[in-house]
Design a protein around this ligand. Structure first.
Ligand code: B12
Ligand code: SF4
Length: 350
């Protein structure tokens, strides 16, 4: 390995990565001490709610070398997923249609990104010989946004998203942990300035301060991570958002620089960008399982799916179709679904 030109290799990695469909790649070391305290205080304040996995393995989360021994560099990548340039709130103003967050309208991104990272590693191996590496996307105790910020892929905005001056924030992150002594890239400056649009627009006031999200109030958490009853105080504010929430990105001025993806996997399936709530609510469990195969939505299960849609139907216009769809949920085997349906029907009583 001693005769490898690591500066040249780092440049090649960035080219190969681009050819594999990542819009940008940058390299950082593994010193996350700057972020350690912020993570600890977030957990200490219980802002992670029921996401128990966030409360565990935080030594490893803040130290990639503990998660994968031998790691000294992290190759960070980002992949755009936006299908539309316009950052419009219009679907959120159509109460009888479902708002499914943009990242979840196509196929699940985990497999695709992990596969591409694996291909990148194999390409590196052809030049550098056998080396230590592991690919991550989303699932493991990895502080992805902190690593991406350190590497210079962007800055962490007040909405806690990683933002990029040329691309906004509609992209996924992934990493290749490695033991190669590659040269590291420099972080970029922050560009939120005095703007607070994302914090102001949040329907449930989930930002307790700049850069700090109380996940327990975030519609993304409530609709995707929470497996129990959704607290009533948030139900009206959820509007028609049935899976995730995009408001803090839709409002962000940096998203006027949104770059469109040409990945087939991210194309909306089953009209997830334009579909009636009643249609989704009336799916049987087997229809749910078939239609969400390969989608991030499947992971929440049928009961949580119906729980979320019941709330949106409670917020929809009072039509015969809405009421009769809701009534089909009254004999759901899930007590949670029945309780949400009863709440929704009450919204249509006055
Ligand atoms: C848990 C989680 C969630 C939780 C909690 C979100 C949160 N803000 O922490 C919930 C379910 C709410 C969620 C929602 C979403 N998520 Co999410 N989520 C994660 C996950 C698994 C861990 C994030 C985490 O570590 N949170 C803990 C907090 C403390 O960490 P953090 O926000 O990264 O914060 C660090 C910095 O903000 C830092 N900090 C930096 N500067 C400053 C300045 C100050 C003053 C302070 C106090 C702190 C601070 O402190 C923190 C600790 O180091 C990551 C994947 C991963 N393994 O990293 C994806 C991830 C962050 N999610 C992602 C996405 C796409 C989303 C959604 C857009 C999905 C949706 N449409 O519904 C929303 C966005 C909501 C939002 N504004 O964050 C992407 C983000 C891509 C990007 N461009 O940033 C990730 C990276 C997944 C991926 N691989 O692409 N998510
Ligand atoms: S909306 Fe404004 S404050 Fe929020 S992330 Fe975008 S630029 Fe930063």
């Amino acid at each position: 390995m001693s005769d490898i030109d690591f500066t040249r290799l780092a440049e090649d990695i960035k080219d190969w990565s681009k050819n594999l469909g990542f819009q940008e790649t940058a390299i950082t070391d593994v010193d996350l001490s700057e972020y350690d305290q912020q993570l600890r205080s977030w957990i200490g304040n219980k802002y992670h709610g029921d996401m128990d996995y966030m409360g565990r393995n935080n030594e490893k989360r803040c130290d990639p070398g503990q998660l994968v021994p031998g790691t000294i560099r992290v190759i960070c990548v980002r992949m755009d997923y936006a299908m539309e340039k316009e950052n419009s709130f219009s679907l959120l103003q159509e109460p009888n249609k479902a708002y499914i967050s943009r990242y979840a309208r196509g196929r699940d991104y985990h497999k695709l990104i992990r596969k591409r990272l694996q291909q990148l590693a194999e390409k590196i191996e052809q030049v550098a010989g056998k080396f230590g590496y592991r690919a991550f996307v989303d699932s493991a105790p990895v502080l992805e946004r902190a690593l991406a910020e350190k590497s210079g892929l962007g800055w962490i905005g007040k909405n806690t998203m990683l933002l990029n001056k040329e691309a906004g924030s509609w992209f996924f992150l992934g990493e290749l942990f490695t033991d190669l002594p590659l040269p590291v890239d420099e972080p970029v400056s922050h560009h939120c300035g005095s703007c607070t649009a994302c914090m102001d627009v949040c329907p449930t006031n989930a930002f307790v301060e700049s850069n700090v999200l109380d996940a327990r109030r975030c519609i993304s958490y409530l609709t995707i991570e929470l497996r129990e009853s959704i607290p009533e105080e948030f139900r009206i504010a959820m509007g028609n958002r049935v899976f995730g929430c995009d408001d803090c990105q839709l409002i962000c001025p940096w998203n006027k620089f949104t770059q469109l993806t040409d990945e087939d996997d991210f194309k909306p399936r089953h009209n997830f960008n334009d579909i009636e709530l009643t249609k989704l609510f009336l799916w049987s469990e087997s229809e749910f399982l078939n239609r969400t195969a390969g989608s991030a939505i499947r992971r929440i299960g049928y009961a949580c799916w119906r729980r979320n849609i019941a709330i949106a139907l409670g917020n929809a216009e009072s039509t015969g179709e809405v009421i009769s769809a809701l009534r089909t949920g009254l004999d759901s085997p899930s007590a949670m679904v029945r309780e949400h349906v009863e709440w929704a029907l009450r919204q249509h009583q006055d």
